[in-house]
Write a protein that binds this ligand. Structure first.
Ligand code: ADP
Ligand code: TZP
Ligand code: MG
Length: 268
């Protein structure tokens, strides 16, 4: 996986896929810059009149419900259907699902009406979407009920997608196969937007690759490595933020090959 992830990073940089986002108003700029830093091209486009056209020229679509409205969810569904028609991957970041009825109903509507390739969420969000229970307070995870690997597997099975559950150890799985990724930094919890940026990086790798479970794992390795390297250079959350962008931009194949901490589990 280390070599696979390293090669996929170079593919992101050499192909510079366009990553179409419909996302929240809190971290939209960080998502654009994280996408650029890893080597892809961001575009944020949310009007229902243009999302189909934009998804048609993109390499991946990232849907993030962080500051959703019913009208925005309709645009997400339209964009998702266009992405499906063009056969590009759709990444759903179900920010705060479970915290309110609107979030839960909206995430489920997107999952029912579009084919979502990868759900990227924290443990609480994935627990809610698995139907096994998760604690979500605002956008913060209070964890999932039960064994996290089993919860991620159930979520993947329920919605027929790849699931990328983030936390101290990231779990990426689809039926039969999982990756546990131990790169990252506790500083990533102290900065708003790291989950959203993780979804953008997953979008970039999913656009460049042809195996969504491996793409998502490679993306979280890359993002986690940038986070742990940024921690060494920072004095607090805001210098960490600057260092995180710098480390995303300077991440090399050599760093991924020598520092990725990933375990593959078969037969889950
Ligand atoms: N305690 C931690 N140690 C290492 N990495 C972490 C830790 N907490 C979060 N991360 C990393 O931060 C990113 C965002 O994850 P998370 O905090 O779970 O998302 P969210 O912001 O959606 O709650 C992921 O790449 C994850 O691996
Ligand atoms: C604070 C907040 N409120 C709505 S969206 C958002 C940002 C969430 O960012 P992340 O989940 O990536 O930390
Ligand atoms: Mg966060």
């Amino acid at each position: 996986m280390n070599t696979y992830a390293a090669t996929l990073l170079e593919t992101v940089r050499s192909t510079r896929p366009l990553i179409h986002h419909i996302t929240n108003t809190v971290t939209i700029n960080d998502c654009a810059n994280a996408t650029l830093a890893i080597g892809a091209a961001p575009v944020m486009a949310g009007a229902i009149e243009e999302v189909g056209e934009m998804a048609g020229i993109a390499g991946a679509l990232v849907l993030n419900i962080g500051t959703l409205s019913p009208a925005q969810v309709d645009a997400m569904v339209a964009a998702g259907k266009a992405a499906n028609a063009h056969d590009i991957p759709v990444i759903l970041d179900p920010v705060g699902v479970g915290a309110t009825t609107l979030r839960t109903k909206s995430a489920e509507k997107i999952l029912r009406e579009c084919t979502v390739t990868i759900i990227k969420g924290n443990a609480g969000e994935i627990g809610v979407l698995a139907g096994s229970g998760g604690t979500v307070r605002g956008v913060d995870s209070g964890g999932c009920a039960g064994n996290p690997l089993e919860v991620a597997r159930r979520c993947a099975e329920r919605w027929s997608t790849v699931v990328a559950m983030t936390g101290e150890t990231d779990i990426v799985c689809e039926n039969g196969e999982a990756y546990l990724i131990r790169n990252g930094s506790p500083m990533m919890e102290r900065l708003s937007g790291t989950g959203c940026m993780a979804a953008s990086v997953v979008g970039a790798f999913a656009a460049a690759g042809d195996d969504p479970v491996k793409s998502a794992a490679a993306a979280l390795i890359a993002f986690g490595l940038a986070g742990e390297r940024a921690e060494r250079e920072s004095a607090g959350p805001y210098s960490f933020r600057t260092a995180l962008f710098d480390e995303l931009a300077s991440l090399s194949q050599e760093i991924i090959i020598s520092e990725a901490q990933v375990e593959q589990i078969r037969g889950i």
